[in-house]
Write a protein that binds this ligand. Structure first.
Ligand SMILES: *Cc1c(COP(=O)(O)O)cnc(C)c1O
Length: 477
């Protein structure tokens, strides 16, 4: 009745489609066409009543799913801060998927436990973190921030003889939560999930790049959890980590560094200065699925206080036998968990120190390249390009927004929008190993064509009496 594993035709079929996809991904529309999105209606159907044909399932997925996917792996996707996929990492994932390992306990998967242990050490070395730092392999930075702050919560309360796991918040001694006004939304989410209450955040002012202004920090103490940022999601800017970590460690405050994409700067000889001094922090969050270009579902929490992390996240049950060996679930919130470390291990094993350095440094160079090319075409770059993020604006917000719509519809590349200091911007995140110099120049040409089109639209609209030619009146402003 069930299709058996030995019948490999289904995998050959999937492989053929996957390879065809990879062959076309550099030239297809980066964002799916309206027709491809309309075709997604083919998935709107009733739950089948009985077992069907496995080949048909794969066929449907490819026929209607592949064209409606966003071509992230093609080299000209600059949306959000997403990243591409290293082929070796993807291939390792394929093999690992056939193993279907559960990485909760060593006894469930000795190979996953071993790779976690080895990768943990490699990460410490690459990022220049102290020997006592441990790593938990989680789904992404949202979860790793949650874990880091849970460890912080456990430790700060424990130091005041308060077991937060047992006693909860009622009657608990006060704890302070301090972060910059530019903290990522997932930091705020973790603060609420952990019960601190977002009303209790002490917000710190930032400079024009979104960096915390050190002199704006209040007195820190041993009741403080301070959350810093290595890589602002818009500007790419880094908080002054050295100065602040130094102050915080003297005051015995707990520092968490959210470095979802920026922590990797530590592994680039050219950019490591951005993360200097961060080793004094207590916990860190970083994604492999962004800057390092592993497939999705790969975040890491790093913590210098193993006992706090384990106590904050530990679950227990009579059937769980902890071993002398590494039991990954102790360092993560989940119990059952796929062995996502496989593709992270493969990326690091393949790249080595020099390869990671080159990958990170190249992203930065491509970001500098697009900033320079766009400036030459009279676009305005609003941020200092210290890492991989570039904030682009036209002469006015309306033109910026219309240009962005044309860019997105062009299929040539894709970049999203943001608001930076009250201005509409197009946010370009160079995040994939696959982005070449030529991809950047082609993207510049797409930006120029899109702006020309937007100016043309405005002229037509102006002739029709809808708005003035400079477009400033579109939003009634
Ligand atoms: C992407 C990002 C996050 C969230 O990470 P996920 O992996 O998407 O959960 C948090 N902080 C920053 C700065 C980010 O760029």
């Amino acid at each position: 009745m069930f299709l058996e594993m030995e019948s490999k035709d289904i995998f050959r079929q999937a492989q053929q489609h996957a390879f065809g996809y990879a062959d076309g991904v550099r030239e297809r529309h980066v964002f799916p066409t309206p027709e491809a999105i309309a075709d997604l209606e083919q998935f709107t159907e009733r739950l089948p009543g009985s077992i069907g044909n496995a080949g048909d399932v794969i066929e449907q997925l490819h026929r209607y799913g592949s064209p409606a996917s966003v071509a992230q792996t093609g080299g000209r996707y600059f949306g959000f801060v997403n990243g591409g996929t290293l082929p070796v990492s993807l291939a390792a994932r394929w093999l690992g998927d056939f193993w279907d390992q559960n990485s909760a306990l060593h006894v469930m998967s000795p190979v996953a436990a071993k790779l976690e242990e080895i990768t943990e050490g490699w990460l410490r070395e690459l990022l220049g973190l102290p020997e006592q730092v441990v790593a938990g392999f989680v789904s992404g930075t949202s979860m790793s921030i949650f874990c880091g702050l849970a460890a912080a919560r456990y430790r700060i309360f424990q130091n005041k003889n308060w077991d937060i796991n047992q006693r909860g918040f009622r009657g608990a001694p006060p704890v302070r939560i301090i972060t910059g006004r530019h903290a990522h939304g997932t930091v705020v989410k973790a603060i609420s999930l952990l019960g601190f209450g977002t009303d209790n955040i002490e917000w710190i002012d930032c400079d024009d790049q979104g960096r915390i202004i050190p002199s704006a920090l209040p007195e820190l103490d041993d009741s403080t959890i301070l959350i810093l940022q290595a890589g602002n999601v818009s500007s790419g800017a880094f908080d002054p980590l050295e100065e602040i970590c130094d102050r915080a460690s003297k005051a015995k405050a707990w520092v968490h560094v959210d470095g979802a994409f920026g922590l990797w700067a530590a592994a680039s000889s050219e950019l490591a200065h951005l993360t200097r001094g961060m080793g004094k922090a207590n916990s860190f969050s970083v994604d492999a699925h962004k800057t390092l270009n592993t497939p999705y579902d790969s975040g890491i929490v790093l913590c210098s206080d193993k006992e706090a992390l384990i106590n904050a996240l530990q679950a227990s049950g009579s059937y769980i036998s902890y071993s002398e060996n590494r039991d990954g679930m102790l360092l993560t919130p989940e119990m059952s968990r796929r062995a996502r470390v496989i593709e992270l291990w493969a990326a690091l094993k393949y790249l080595g120190k020099a390869g990671v350095d080159e990958l990170i440094t190249q992203l930065h160079k491509r970001a500098l390249q697009i900033a320079e090319e766009l400036r030459a075409e009279n676009f305005t770059i609003l941020n200092d390009v210290v890492f991989n993020q570039v904030l682009v604006a036209c002469d006015n917000d309306t033109l910026t927004n219309q240009t962005m719509s044309h860019i997105q519809a062009s299929g040539e590349c894709w970049a999203g929008g943001a608001n930076w200091k009250g201005r509409s911007v197009i946010r370009v995140s160079v995040c994939s190993w696959a982005t070449t110099k030529e991809d950047i120049s082609r993207t510049t040409r797409a930006f120029v064509a899109a702006r020309d089109k937007a100016i043309g639209d405005q002229r037509v609209a102006s002739v029709l009496g809808e708005m003035p030619a400079d477009g400033t009146d579109l939003n009634g402003q």
